[in-house]
Design a protein. Structure first.
Length: 376
């Protein structure tokens, strides 16, 4: 079973999975370039010793990624003839993509046709957050676990997700998926606000600005305290922390979009990261934000761990290295720190695992394929 995985968002990449094992992985470029091109797909296929005609299925993540304010896609699919068409020959549209993301019961949709210039391959579109969850489970040492993704909002529907995943019958069950838990959004919003835009390119900048200092007086803004009845901002950590830090000029938006430095609007944070005169003030704000973000993540994960079950965690939360070291143990696994680098492999590994089912829904292997080589 040969699966081609494609991540079409930033940190675009191509990956080939053969019989459940990662055989090749290449990024589109070195500077978080969006989408994929024929060259990166050819590199991945060549490394795996395959041609496109040998691919049984493509797993596509982030097909419709970010768009400019005027609606123009940040990745120009037409440049090299990329498109996805449905069974009736009509192109898979942005509305189709949006509808897919609005249905929490769906983790993948298809089968469609991926068109690469004059060549075609069957494909399925895989959900972003679910891909993180699947990757955390499939690269973990567990045969069953709560697979968790803590990420910024995916642009369509959610910022966190939990699925129960198990090797027996290759089944998975949605436990949680919503926008109610969003500390990574709070973190990236304040990174932009403090003049360190773009947050996704400088993800640890705010953490480094805060250093080891933490502000005990804002712990009541951490999850789950911030969503309790009586909290005046009821879940809105962004507004709560702006108010706490006495920010009088409230930004109209809490993040710059699209989120890469060569896209969309100019950097116009309320603070200038190079202004030495505001350094102490920026550190003070960063300290309060880090306290709330870390406590929220810590509380969320510890709530899951209370059940005594295996937990596998992925998404941008893995980039908080100190917190990961604190929380991981024999029953709590984190993927390697990543900034969506893993998504092409994640989609491909998930489809490979699911396609081990026969037409009678029998399992061709009784055990989960262990990812032992070329883990992303």
């Amino acid at each position: 079973m040969n699966i081609l995985g494609l991540n079409c968002g930033y940190n675009g990449s191509a990956c080939v999975v053969v019989n459940g094992q990662i055989k090749s992985y290449f990024k589109t470029g070195n500077n978080m370039e969006r989408g994929v091109n024929k060259l990166v797909i050819k590199k991945a296929l060549d490394e795996a010793g395959l041609k496109l005609k040998n691919i049984d299925m493509a797993a596509v993540v982030n097909w419709y990624s970010d768009r400019m304010p005027d609606g123009t896609e940040c990745w120009d699919k037409n440049e090299e003839g990329f498109s996805i068409t449905k069974e009736n020959g009509i192109e898979f549209s942005l509305q189709d993509y949006y509808d897919f993301y609005q249905n929490p019961s769906q983790v993948a949709i298809g089968t469609f046709t991926l068109n690469i210039d004059t060549q075609t391959v069957p494909c399925m579109v895989v959900d972003h957050l679910f891909a993180h969850c699947a990757y955390s489970y499939l690269t973990s040492p567990f045969d069953n676990c709560m697979a968790v993704c803590i990420d910024p909002q995916d642009g369509y529907a959610a910022s966190n997700a939990i699925y129960w995943m198990q090797d027996v019958d290759k089944s998975f069950k949605l436990c949680r998926r919503d926008q109610q838990f969003a500390p990574i959004n709070t973190y990236t919003s304040f990174t932009d606000f403090l003049g360190m835009w773009p947050a996704v390119e400088n993800f640890n900048a705010l953490e480094e600005l805060a250093g080891d200092q933490r502000d005990e007086s804002v712990k009541h803004w951490a999850w789950p305290h911030n969503i309790q009845m009586g909290n005046i901002f009821h879940g809105d950590q962004w507004m709560g922390l702006l108010s706490y830090n006495k920010i009088e000029h409230i930004p109209q938006v809490n993040g710059f979009y699209p989120p890469l430095s060569d896209e969309g609007i100019e950097q116009d944070g309320w603070f200038d990261a190079s202004d030495v005169s505001t350094l102490d003030r920026r550190k003070e704000i960063a300290t309060s934000v880090m306290t709330v973000v870390e406590d929220s993540i810590r509380n969320y994960i510890n709530e899951i761990k209370k059940f005594g079950i295996n937990v596998a965690i992925g998404g941008k939360v893995t980039m908080f290295k100190k917190l990961v070291e604190e929380l991981k143990d024999d029953k709590t696994f984190f993927t390697k720190p990543n900034n969506d680098d893993e998504l092409s492999a994640a989609g491909a590994l998930f489809l490979a695992d699911q396609l081990m089912k026969t037409k009678r829904n029998e399992i061709t292997s009784n055990t989960k394929t262990k990812i032992t080589s070329k883990e992303i």
